[in-house]
Design a binder for this molecule. Sequence first.
Ligand SMILES: [Zn+2]
Length: 442
Amino acid sequence: MIKLYNTFTRKIEEFKPLKPGLVGMYTCGPTVYGPGHLGHARSYTNFDLLKRLFLYNGLKVKHVLNITDIHDDMIKKARELEITVQELADRYIPLFKKDLADLNILPADVYPRVTEYIPEIIKMIKVLVDKSFAYIAKDGSVYFDIAKFKNYGKLSGIKLEQAKTGTRVATDKYEKEQTSDFALWKAWKKGEPYWLSPWGKGRPGWHIECSVMANKYLGKTIDLHAGAMDLKFPHHENEIAQSEAANGVKFANYWFHAGLLEVEGQKMSKSLGNYIEIKEIKKRGFNPLALRYLFLTAHYRSKMNFTWKGLEGAQVALQRLRSAISQFQEASRRSLSQEKLTQIDKYKEKFLEAINNDLKIPEGLVVVWEVVKSNIPSHDKYELLLDFDQVLGLHLAAQKKVKIKIPSKITSLIDEREQFRRGNQWKKADEVRKQIEKLGWK
Ligand SMILES: [Zn+2]
């Protein structure tokens, strides 16, 4: 049984997909106007761990991750670079996918790009207008009327009485204090890309895309919606409002929010100069999987503090784990006593219990090291650790054999034995072989 914390109910609940055996999972993807930073790396790693948890439990996953290729931030950035918004997106989408691959994050099944779904977006906005959940402003923009949607604010815990109903916010991003009607469709402004709609030239607001794509690929009610903690308001709140108002049914059964990342004890921001891009990890000579290992050491919901020292520690731990595994790989299979078999089962159970209990990966990692240090046969350690790696995703199977340093005493004995053998002195050669074995070498 998988148990997960559901942000919507604020409780740990048993996870049950609508269709037994199949999970429909939607993740808010990136706005592609710059390289990914460590905050993204942590969020997407946590979504990946969740997906791997489902797979490890024998469930199939249909995973949709949208790509925002039209947004206030994109228009601004494209202007600065004197390129089109599409060119900007084309530049950063491959980099985003490369970052994911470096972190051994399993690819999604679909990566829908917003600008490829404009007719579907217009259609959903039309439904909202027809049902009077949305209204057309004088300039031809369309706004969602939050006063009409009774459950507005449930996810983030805002009381609608406090909300300034009737006021409007035109920007894609805004703070809780600004709670007001938000734009579904933005009327065209000079110099901006546009599409034709029943309300004139314009472009979609940010929030509508996720409602449309989740609906298109996963249906009206989806099993699980994942996103970073800072998207709870306004983005996810608005997704719920749009989807439930348009479809008349519950939008997502489970809400999974990944905790944020600080750098050296401070919120990451360009102005503080502590904004670290994912590619910086490799530039500084670290393996991106060491970063993944570091993320595994904190629970997904907790705030995490990144330090370069912490990353160094993670890299050392990962190397130690890898060299242990490559040695276990060498060992040949032995028959097992009942006692050892029970021990193996216990480790497996303990690991599964930890991860199935709200994805407690740090506890799973403790079991990993217990296995490494245990007295079960090496070959079985190897198999067990590779089994766990299906969730951890540390590429443990791809390990090349680690070169073992042979002490000079042993190499000289090997040479000696070789000389006896060449001289057909078999008995003496055999004696040396026994000496080598006594010292623990073969
Ligand atoms: Zn979204």
